[in-house]
Design a protein around this ligand. Structure first.
Ligand code: HEM
Length: 202
């Protein structure tokens, strides 16, 4: 008798607290979010563009993250965020964070901008600052990713069409993907900036 087809079990990603009570709570209101999305030019059309290519994002997410990680690894002041107190790279930390980073790429393509999503953006912001950096993995690396590098790194993660060019020949669609991704990244990183910025100045 043939065995029934097996589903590949998706192992949970350690520390990926999306939609759980372990995630932080964002103080950003629905209307502040809408106004921020409007400022960045993010529209439901952008969400639809990313969502219709969610499968491709899933396939390419790891190579995308690997390419960005290579940039961090090549600059000691960036790689510094991943070193232990003895100055050597914390490879277990890097591996654990990488899984959540890959999941983030997939989430950008498919998660609706609802309360769970908003809360997890606050959580990601906190994981770059002393409040929560290192805590998820019990790591002992520097306590903060300096804000200047969060902003400074944005241009590195924007050009994504090269990851899609093989599968998508339509130049206009590639541009739509990259434009939607750009606006999405700006909205995400702006929400992550929340813990770095004084309450009444954000
Ligand atoms: C646009 C720029 C950036 C993006 C899109 C980004 C994205 C992310 C994501 C998605 C995570 C995982 C969040 C989770 O736990 O679910 C993360 C964690 C992390 N990122 Fe960033 N990041 C950016 C900039 C940087 C830079 C420039 C550095 C260092 C130089 C950095 C260092 C880290 C570290 C150390 C963690 C782990 C924090 C912890 O949980 O201890 N990030 N980042």
């Amino acid at each position: 008798m043939m065995n029934p087809p097996k589903e590949t079990p998706q192992l949970p990603i350690p520390g990926y607290d999306y939609g759980t009570s372990s995630a932080a709570i964002s103080s950003v209101s629905e209307s502040e979010l809408l106004e921020l999305e409007q400022a960045a030019g993010w529209t439901p059309d952008d969400a639809a563009v990313l969502a219709r290519h969610a499968d491709l994002f899933r396939v390419k997410a790891e190579s995308m993250v690997d390419s960005w990680r290579a940039v961090i690894g090549a600059q000691p002041h960036l790689a510094h965020s991943f070193v232990k107190s003895d100055g050597t790279s914390d490879d277990a930390y890097k591996a654990s964070v990488k899984r959540r980073f890959v999941q983030w790429v997939v989430d950008v393509a498919q998660r609706p901008h609802d309360r769970d999503w908003l809360n997890y953006q606050q959580e990601i912001g906190l994981r770059h600052v002393p409040a929560k950096k290192n805590k998820t993995d019990g790591a002992h690396t520097p306590p903060v990713v300096p804000f200047r590098y969060i902003l400074g790194f944005i241009p590195v993660v924007l050009p994504i069409r090269k990851f899609f060019a093989e599968a998508i020949e339509d130049e206009a669609e590639l541009k739509r993907i990259e434009d939607a991704w750009t606006r999405a990244v700006l909205v995400h990183v702006t929400l992550w900036s929340r813990p770095y910025v004084k309450e009444d100045l954000w």
